[in-house]
Design a protein. Structure first.
Length: 219
């Protein structure tokens, strides 16, 4: 099985070195390139697209938000995990709208970063409890001016997506096939007008269509 390939984008060489060290110790992960700016990151992607990009927000030149938007538009199959010191509301909301699949703080442990890379590469999403709480608190909105309704099964599927589960894991948890889980997710995307798993979860949280369990002590 081919390893999960990773591009690390951060303007601090020592931090990049630390991430490389944490990931290189895993036999299924491979850091294929590093970049210290948005321009360097895009140049790397023009040469080869990794499975996952670990992206800082504060970068020389174009900021991380704009870089994330470019990544999602030009290389939609590439997973994007924000790894930053900032969880300010504007950053969180903008990046969730763009459709990044993960948002971690730089205080995350090596194990949490490794888990995030594996989860996103497998089609899941990973957000810290604090970031998820911000998305929940942003409030209720409507899609195209009309209320959205999900079936009980669709809410179950989307709740598991919010927890970072892959389609295969969702199928196993609910006693349905992976193909059926994919079909439910396609219906959810259509109802919400979502283009990605992250956007679907974000919209559902805003609508309060699902309630994500943040765990004890995370509020």
């Amino acid at each position: 099985m081919n390893p999960i390939t990773v591009l690390v984008v951060d303007d601090h060489p020592l931090y990049r070195q630390g991430i490389r060290s944490a990931l290189s110790g895993q036999p299924d992960l491979q850091v294929v390139a590093e970049a210290g700016s948005a321009d360097e990151a895009l140049a790397c992607l023009d040469v080869g697209v990794p499975d996952v990009v670990l992206l800082d927000i504060n970068l020389p030149g174009a900021n991380g938000v704009e870089t994330a938007r470019t990544l999602r538009e030009r290389w939609p199959a590439c997973g994007v995990v924000i790894l930053t010191a900032h969880d300010d509301d504007p950053y969180v909301w903008a990046l969730a709208e763009i459709g990044v699949q993960g948002y971690l703080l730089k205080s995350a442990t090596d194990a949490e970063i490794v888990n995030a890379v594996r989860t996103v590469a497998g089609g899941g999403s990973v957000f810290t409890p604090a970031v998820t709480a911000k998305l929940v608190r942003r409030g209720r909105v409507e899609v195209d001016g009309a209320p959205v309704e999900l079936t009980e099964r669709e809410r179950e599927v989307l709740t598991l997506v919010a927890g970072g589960r892959t389609n295969r894991e969702i199928g196993h948890a609910l006693g349905i096939s992976e193909r059926t889980a994919q079909a439910h997710l396609a219906h959810i995307f259509d109802k919400l007008g979502a283009a990605s798993r992250t956007e679907a979860v974000t919209l559902a949280l805003r609508h309060r269509l699902i309630a994500f369990d943040l765990g004890p002590g995370s509020r």
